[in-house]
Design a protein around this ligand. Structure first.
Ligand SMILES: Cc1ncc(COP(=O)(O)O)c(C=O)c1O
Length: 460
């Protein structure tokens, strides 16, 4: 079967199909129950009010029978879509054998390790499975960097999102997540990321990457900068929650040179941008560099099972046994599903497909940007795509309200997306990488229609 047909058959045909404007009556009942029983911190159903019944490929059906094109993939987790048949089969086979083994090896675990090794650069020869979430992987990466350098400072970037736990929250920039929580892990300092659209340096926009790298060099070399030599610099090679901010390869190359020359470790957080999302297996590969430590999670569990890992250079493999322990250090079902998914991704050239489809989507959105007064910038790499909404294109005044309206109207018309960015004004798309071209273009049509209606005042 050719790739086109194969990818088409993975999803529910005829999507989107809206029978009742979401949330429909059955969804409302369940949402009400959730509101009464769960924490006030519940977040996603506020932007996408619905209760879910089933998922297939790049489509999700709610309990009212509405079928949506999923352009969010559960925050980038479902890279191969929902209920992928081969991945499900691997998970089903494992679940009857053994499911939890701490870090005692098994064939399944070693298959996962070998599969992961086969997609990593040879320099990143060691893998470590810590706790199940992305935040756990970031904690491990920082711990490893501190232990190896015996230093404790970390430099992170404005716009960074690395997680919600102690050190991972400390290196996350959004004060919305940190205010009122009190002092976090000390020693973290932030510097500007090369965000061309909102150039933090006042230099010509095409020089923003150079200025950002020069600034890193300056704070490290100036003894009066207030920055002591850190253990590591941590960054997302493509920032996700910060608004899909895509630096040039040159920026990462410079950061690599600067950190290597000073014995500072470079941690690349690949939790969102990794595993095919940007058109390469890992997003640092666009620049040809090799970091010292990387973090991986989200799509790693194949079909939404939570696992995370770090991969790192041999010379950093210094922790004595049990230096860093934990109960959930790799789940057998997640390993079985994850190994199957990674192999499927390679065999079916999924990253290459993400590049091709992403370019077609961006060609459309760039045209929308030219015509629109409220779409400040459309940017994307592979199937990591963003629409930055503004009140006015000359002042670039961010509009969180417009981004929220895009999410709401898209949802009502059958497309699920999320919102992010420095000012919460960026509509973000992270569709499953196996979304068919037909479905993806339907989602683009709907989003273009939404932007047009918002602009003409037809929808509010
Ligand atoms: C780049 C990045 N790092 C870390 C995390 C944290 O992962 P988790 O939510 O699984 O803890 C995320 C989550 O969105 C992320 O996008």
């Amino acid at each position: 079967m050719d790739q086109k047909k194969r990818f088409e058959e993975l999803s529910i045909s005829g999507a989107p199909k809206i029978l009742t404007t979401p949330p429909g009556p059955k969804s409302l009942e369940i949402l009400k129950m959730q509101e009464e029983l769960e924490s006030s911190a519940v977040s996603y159903p506020r932007g996408m009010p619905m209760a879910l019944a089933r998922g297939k490929g790049a489509t999700l059906e709610d309990v009212d029978g509405n079928i949506f094109i999923d352009c969010f993939s559960g925050a980038g987790v479902m890279a191969l879509g929902h209920a992928h048949p081969e991945v499900l089969k691997a998970a089903h086979e494992q679940i009857d054998k053994v499911t939890h083994t701490l870090d005692i090896p098994s064939d399944t675990r070693m298959k996962m390790v070998k599969t992961l090794r086969s997609i990593l650069p040879k320099e990143l020869s060691r893998v470590f499975f810590g706790g199940p979430t992305g935040s756990d992987a970031v904690e491990q990466a920082i711990k490893l960097a501190k232990f190896n350098t015996q230093r404790f400072g970390i430099i992170a970037f404005e716009g960074a999102y690395h997680g919600m736990t102690g050190a991972s929250l400390a290196v996350t920039s959004d004060s919305g997540h940190k205010d009122g929580i009190g002092p976090l892990v000390p020693g973290v300092q932030f510097i500007p990321f090369p965000y061309r659209y909102r150039n933090p340096f006042g230099c010509p926009d095409d020089m923003v990457d150079e200025f950002a790298a020069d600034n890193l060099e300056r704070v490290l070399d100036d003894s009066h900068s207030g920055y002591s030599k850190p253990a590591a610099v941590i960054l997302e090679p493509v920032q996700g929650e910060g608004g899909t901010i895509i630096p040039t390869p040159k920026f990462l190359q410079r950061v690599r040179e600067i950190t290597s020359a000073r014995g500072i470790l470079l941690i690349c957080d690949e939790i969102q941008a990794g595993l095919g999302r940007t058109g390469k297996m890992f997003s640092f590969e666009h620049s040809g560099i090799v970091p010292d430590i990387i973090t991986i999670s989200k799509a790693l569990g194949g079909i939404g099972f939570p696992i995370s890992a770090i991969a790192y250079r041999e010379e950093l493999n210094t922790m004595p046994p049990a230096k860093s322990i934990g109960t959930f250090r790799g789940n057998m079902v997640a390993f079985a599903a994850g190994a199957e998914a990674l192999n499927w991704m390679v065999e079916n050239k999924v990253p290459e497909y993400a590049t091709e489809l992403g370019e077609k989507v961006m060609a459309r959105f760039r045209e929308t940007e030219k015509k629109s007064k409220i779409l400040g910038e459309a940017r994307g790499i592979g199937l990591m795509i963003a629409l930055e909404m503004v009140e006015d294109k000359t002042t670039k005044k961010p509009s969180a309200d417009l981004a929220k309206q895009v999410r709401k109207l898209a949802h009502q018309r059958g497309v699920m997306i999320e919102v992010g960015g420095h000012h919460n004004n960026v509509a973000r798309l992270l569709p499953p990488l196996i979304i068919s071209e037909e479905l993806m273009m339907k989602a683009v049509d709907i989003l273009e229609g939404v932007i047009k209606d918002l602009e003409t005042g037809k929808s509010k």
